[in-house]
Design a protein around this ligand. Sequence first.
Ligand code: R5P
Length: 300
Amino acid sequence: MRVFAGSSNPDLAKDIAHYVGKTGPSAMMRKRFSDGETYVRIDESVRGCNVFLIQGTSFPTNDNLIELLLMIDACRRASAHQITAVIPYYGYARADRLIDPDRRRREALTSKLVANMLSTAGTDRIVLVDIHSPQTCGFFDIPVDHVYASSVLEKYVRAKGLNDIVVVAPDVGGVARARAFAKGVNDSPLAIIDKRRDGHNVAKVLNLVGDVKDRTAILVDDMIDTAGTICEAAKMLRERGARQVFACSTHAIFSGPAIDRLSSGVFEEVIVTNSIAVPPEKRFEQLTILSIAELLGEQV
Ligand code: R5P
């Protein structure tokens, strides 16, 4: 068995390799040509081996996706027995349906396209973490294991021993996720926010269904990207009388204005996982990062 680390999240890959009893990921060389093209070379024999490639596809999404495809291709050409792509964050997960508001239907279905590319490159099995919509697993015609990192977040929140919790879905699409989370956190009540988007990356909160007054509100989302969704939601919860507001999210994309928004004091704590590597310059006082290395190690 071999574990290889792409460049998206080397620390997580190292922890997964340790968890499965390796001293570290196997050797692999990657470099960038001056025109921006990527080069990958596997530096250990993989002939007849079960190979696990740890590579998320975010930041920079396209570069990390291409690198993963090259890793898969290199292993396939080197006669690996079985290739599993462990993708802690699946970029383009939100492009899982045609959403053009003008209904012209001339968009790309990128999430499906990426699934096709991964299969065509030679992947035998995929491991995904808290995918935006579970039906994305159906885009693949190869086995997919969908791992729920929310279990790590729930355990952490339970251990905090907070009182009067209400779990809040920041939009209608996140209700099933928030309901499952609420169940995992002492069967807490649920509230739902009605969010609309005026355009890509612009979140507007409209209404709140449920009671948050004098409660500890825990906003649950699969990802924090620009942090517009979660911060608008938090502001509304404060206005409606929530005593404390926490954010729990698996994927810390943290793009654009995210850090300024998240560190503005609207949250008691922002709890995420290491599915995406958070560089030191994006860390702030209220941030807690939980590890999913064991969870993924169990898939290897
Ligand atoms: C949307 O459906 C997702 O679950 C997230 O709420 C959203 O993508 C977060 O994006 P942002 O942080 O940019 O508002």
